[in-house]
Design a protein around this ligand. Sequence first.
Ligand code: PLP
Length: 356
Amino acid sequence: MIEIALTKVEKVGSLPIDNELGFGRIFTDHMFVMNYLTGKGWHSPRIIPYADFPASPSMIALHYGQAIFEGMKAFRSDDDRLRVFRPYEYLNRFNRSARFLNIPQMDVEQIHTALFKLLALEKDWIPGKLGTSLYIRPFVVADESQLGVKVADSYKLFIILSPVGAYYKTGFNPISIKVEDKYVRATKGGLGEAKTPANYAMSLAAQQEAYAEGFGQVLWLDAVHRKYIEEVGTMNILFKINGEIITPALNGSILGGITRKTVLELCRSWGIKVSERQISIEEVFEAHAKGELEEVFGSGTAAVISPVGELSWKGQKIVISNNQTGEFAHKLFNYVTGVQSGKIADQFNWMEEIKS
Ligand SMILES: *Cc1c(COP(=O)(O)O)cnc(C)c1O
């Protein structure tokens, strides 16, 4: 058991009403911080008031991007149980991302203890209305101050918490997608498997161009052949073709989503055929031409399931399930959010209780 120092704020804030929540703009009273120094290891774990922190203008993370993050959620059920969705899955991925960025490994048990201690302290910030949650953002930045390009000797790990509103306020609207043929997100041997700011920086120009052309998101193709499907925006993508769920295999350039994993586990438990394999954009367009493309949807922690209504590729556009949310996407969304909100029994042990 680790000792986590605690400095409380003098005056606590309060949870705004549900429709003022939005995403990631409001933060709770406290945050967790821990330092790393070569030779000393991770040390000084502490919970302190949420506040700006002193940072050097020459800090390595700002110049060379040595940083990683995670994103998971805690929920309040109708009967006031406070639970986190699959925390170990996210914390283990945090450590896997660290390897790609040469960030020192963390003790997952220790971070887990710290997270649950912070959550217990901030429990009043967990909203309860359906669709709302407390978003949990752990991250590590290299905070050594010097401009030489190198692996840093000093890091800070933070966990900050933000109550967030429902992702779908006006119902479950399918998005229109541009199949990206100019930019690429990641390539094998790169950082595509890691949750790191560089992948997000990489996606901004493509995203802006797609918005300007009236699309909601981009679909990324592989960097080498520009033909195999990888992800949609910052979500994983799944296709329902002829009753089968097909999603790109985790090939080294795709982020292994926890929601993707959850959806695949669910499909298998329901006896639905699941294939994790290479799938080309031509195959998707051909399946559509044959009338076999039933549904397309993204998966990610923020939206859970995000239905795709249209796909445009090199001037050709296909409309999927009449630009309506498919029945299967709906079923998945209702099941996962049902377990998260406590309306459906947690058969798979996805939820972990916050004990105060
Ligand atoms: C976080 C993320 C996802 C989705 O992962 P979840 O664990 O389901 O939230 C997919 N793609 C990218 C690039 C991501 O950063």
